[in-house]
Design a protein around this ligand. Structure first.
Ligand SMILES: C[S@@+](CC[C@H](N)C(=O)[O-])C[C@H]1O[C@@H](n2cnc3c(N)ncnc32)[C@H](O)[C@@H]1O
Length: 269
């Protein structure tokens, strides 16, 4: 048995994570718009380059930024043949890059790693500063499901549940049984998950068990709209998934596409 502080272990990440359905194509479409206008694009919290690398392979110039050197090392290893992608180790709340971008995008709920309003605003202000006038910001966060939240706060409290797909470990090639336990803290709008991964032998006996913790802040629709307005963005669209469906009560995601207005340079309000 072991526990890990590092939720993001690059090889395990690539084995167990598919992202949000349709997200690579969705962000690629926006990236191609920026590229058509002659601008590079920036992915914040790029991880192992799951989204950034296909965008670079499509011919768009990309910068991928992440705080984890391990995740970036994996991204670099997977993109050695590409001359149009640059990897930067930095915080998404304080980065300072020489480029100005036509698109900054934050897929797969990574913005929810920012647990305070101070950090959320700092990130959005950095984005605003790095966009060309008229440039776009696209952010995917999950749509907080108050029914699910109510269940975890009630009868599921303290339970361990099978909410994740089993996967094959890239290191041992053995099946890994994947489960999750959650705790919601409504006062802080935080959800703290413990992911429990058990590696099984051919008879189904548990060979090892790893616990990984992940804390995210959940965000409601108009809260996000206010954050964007406070940092000088105009909202273009709010989608309910990465296929461009309109946002509605039961949408799994909230995907915001916002613009830095033409005529604005530097920081927003
Ligand atoms: C869910 S992964 C997403 C990776 C990739 N964007 C994808 O869609 O597969 C979240 C990433 O956010 C990074 N991260 C978390 N907090 C960060 C911060 N404050 N600044 C930069 N990166 C951060 C983690 O290191 C991790 O690689």
């Amino acid at each position: 048995m072991s526990s890990s502080d590092n939720f993001y272990e690059p090889r395990a990440y690539d084995a167990r994570v598919q992202g949000v359905p349709g997200d690579v194509e969705f962000f690629l479409g926006l990236a191609k718009d920026a590229d058509a206008d002659g601008h590079p694009v920036l992915e914040l919290a790029t991880g192992t380059g799951r989204v950034a690398i296909p965008i670079a392979r499509a011919g768009v110039t990309v910068v991928g930024l992440d705080r984890s050197k391990e995740m970036l090392a994996e991204a670099k290893a997977k993109s050695q043949d590409l001359g149009n992608v640059r990897w930067v180790k930095a915080e998404m709340t304080s980065f300072d890059l020489p480029e100005r971008f036509g698109l900054v995008f934050v897929p797969f709920r990574s913005f929810q790693h920012l647990l305070t309003v101070t950090d959320q605003l700092a990130c959005l202000r950095r984005v605003h500063n790095h966009l060309v006038p008229g440039g776009r910001l696209a952010i995917d966060v999950f749509n907080p499901d108050i029914v699910v939240m109510g269940q975890w706060l009630g009868f599921k409290r303290g339970g361990v549940h099978k909410r994740r797909d089993d996967y094959v470990s890239p290191a041992s090639e053995r099946l890994v049984k994947a489960r999750e336990s959650r705790d919601y803290n409504p006062a802080n709008q935080e959800v703290e998950s413990t992911f429990i991964d058990e590696e099984l032998d051919d008879e189904g006996a548990v060979l090892s068990r790893v616990y990984r913790g992940l804390k995210l802040r959940y965000i409601f629709r108009y809260e996000m709209e206010h954050l964007l307005a406070r940092t000088g963005f105009e909202i273009e669209d709010v989608f309910g998934d990465c296929y461009g469906s309109p946002f509605g009560d039961t949408s799994p995601e909230m995907v915001f596409v916002a613009r830095k207005p033409v005529g604005q340079s530097g920081h927003g309000p």
